[in-house]
Ligand binder design. Structure first.
Ligand code: GLU
Length: 536
């Protein structure tokens, strides 16, 4: 049976790259009728937070990447938080210490720095200099008394190690490349390398799919497995995804775009922005001057407040921008993998069916945002309406849209008449006119549509025709507008477009008859009144 695991170090929101790793592990397990485990690698006391772990789980669940074993769902191999497994690690740590495959060190950071500089001067790769006689317990006690940091290092075996990687084939690491690395930190916690190797063994993991950046860790992991008498799992290190800007997809991109937008839009009230973002005025000023970065949610709140679109990086950003998870999952699945034919739009069942780790590719993939938009448009079109409604409600909730107060029937209706929308955000933008008391006119719409000769006259006639209607439904409204156009020998657009601007303030809305129907007679006539007044 194939067993995979996703093992995030929960420091913040789930990054889209992490989502890809999780997805591939999930697909591999489902395809092989195996098991997908979620494990929280939270042994970094300073950086890992319980709320981050919660957020990661929320993001995975939104994407539909559900784990068979792990936090919340449990399983036979728990606990699934590494911070709760210290006894287990200590046992194996002792085994290595007893057999001389691991040893204590007490170097201060300054001493290590000197060793590093010396290596640099000698133009050789720095590796830790293992002492000829390994320190005994008495030495450890002395070091502790002196207040030195006590760590445990693994003694590398001193031979070349070949990593058999599914994506890259055999990759050889020379004996001199990898020195004795730390497996237990001075706070008594195991390092990632040690905890990861122990857990993969005990949890029965057969296939390790992870980012390319971990390839250089793998020879160390293999050496640990051999020293502990563990199995060696299959390794697949996945290629890198590059952002359209050229670099890695990094959350710094969001800060950069926001900073630029604030600088360009002169005259913004910085104290107000700081408050919106939930940060102090000083922190905000530091952010603008590139002295510090702000956290994801703070940046998002400010950007949403001033209507600036930021490049999405974390899974939660895509939710906030109105993407649906089916589209995101499908899009991400094609970053560094392909089904072996020309298929692109694939629902999850099809992805599982087609998935094969042997078709993971070596070349870097591009995070093509235009392609993502087209995937989203298509998935919004093919998804079951009930599911789309669910996603829409979730979206409205997270962006705190007033549209969220509407009942399911209205929301479903809005989705239906906005067919062809690219994102849920588009649907919300187009529907917003129904949820405001007063229309704000878009400058462009005023110039292009309202400030044209004869618009006021035709609008007055339209108003009377609508006022005279007894039934207010899409069909009757459509008929009334058509009749008006015939009577006055004008094209549909001449009547519909000014009317659209009158009721929405903009040039885009759902079909005009549907829009009028939803707005209702009274509010429509009132908005036409207001517009006529505005024109004159
Ligand atoms: N906690 C590691 C990370 O988040 C896991 C790497 C691995 O999959 O082994 O990068």
């Amino acid at each position: 049976m194939i067993v995979t695991r996703f093992a995030p170090s929960p420091t913040g929101y789930l990054h889209i790259g992490g989502a890809r790793t999780a997805l591939f592990c999930f697909l591999a397990a489902r395809k092989g009728s195996g098991k997908f485990i979620l494990r929280m690698e939270d042994t970094d006391q300073k950086r890992n937070t319980p709320t981050a772990a919660q957020q990661v789980m929320k993001d995975l669940a939104w994407l539909g990447i559900m784990w068979d074993e792990g936090p919340e769902v449990g399983g036979e191999n728990g606990p699934y938080y590494q911070s709760e497994r210290l006894d287990i690690y200590n046992k194996y740590m002792q085994q290595l210490l007893d057999s001389g495959r691991a040893y204590y060190c007490f170097d201060t950071p300054e001493e290590l720095q000197i060793q590093r500089e010396k290596a640099q001067q000698d133009k050789r790769t720095y590796t830790y200099d293992r002492p000829e006689v390994l320190p005994d317990v008495a030495a450890v006690e002395r070091a502790e008394k002196e207040g030195r940091p006590v760590v445990v290092r693994f003694a590398m075996p001193g031979n070349d190690i070949v990593v058999q990687d599914v994506v890259r084939g055999g990759v050889r690491f020379g004996a001199a490349e990898i020195g004795d690395f730390i497996i237990q930190k001075s706070d008594g916690f195991p390092t990632y390398h040690f905890a990861c190797v122990v857990d993969d063994e005990l949890m029965g993991v057969t296939h390790i799919l992870r980012g390319q950046e971990h390839l250089m860790n793998t020879p160390g992991h293999i050496a640990l497995q051999e020293a502990l008498g563990f199995r060696r799992p299959v390794y697949a290190h996945m290629s890198v995804t590059i952002s359209e800007g050229g670099g890695k997809l990094s959350k710094r991109e969001r800060g950069k775009v926001l900073r630029q937008a604030i600088k360009e839009a002169e005259g913004l009230d910085h104290a107000e922005l700081a408050q919106v973002g939930g940060v102090s005025v000083e922190e905000f000023a530091g952010f603008l001057n590139k002295k510090n970065e702000l956290d994801g949610p703070n940046i998002t709140a400010i950007a949403e407040h001033i209507h600036v679109h930021l490049p999405e990086i974390n899974v939660v950003d895509f939710l906030h921008s109105g993407y649906i998870p089916e589209a995101l999952v499908n899009f991400v699945s094609l970053l560094g993998w392909n089904p072996g034919d020309n298929r692109e739009i694939m629902p999850i069942e099809e992805l599982i069916e087609a998935f094969d780790i042997n078709r993971l590719n070596k070349t870097n993939s591009l995070f093509d945002r235009k392609k993502l938009i087209s995937f989203n448009t298509e998935h919004m079109r093919i998804i079951a309406p009930e599911k789309l409604l669910e996603h829409f409600k979730r979206y409205l909730e997270v962006v705190e849209s007033p549209i969220g107060k509407a009942d399911d029937k209205t929301l479903a209706h809005l989705l239906k008449i906005c067919e062809g929308a690219r994102t849920l955000e588009d649907v919300a933008t187009k529907s917003m006119f129904l949820f405001v008391d007063k229309v704000e006119f878009d400058e462009k719409a005023v110039k292009k549509v309202l400030q044209k000769d004869g618009v006021a006259e035709l609008m007055k006639l339209t108003q009377s025709a609508l006022a005279a209607l007894e039934t207010w439904d899409a069909h009757s409204l459509h008929g009334a507008i058509e009749k008006l156009c015939e009577e006055h020998q004008v094209g549909m657009g001449k009547v519909a477009q000014p009317l659209r601007v009158a009721i929405t303030g903009t040039m885009v809305s759902p079909p005009i008859d549907e829009s009028l129907m939803l707005l209702g007679k009274e509010r429509t006539l009132k908005r036409i009144d207001d517009t006529l007044e505005f024109i004159s």
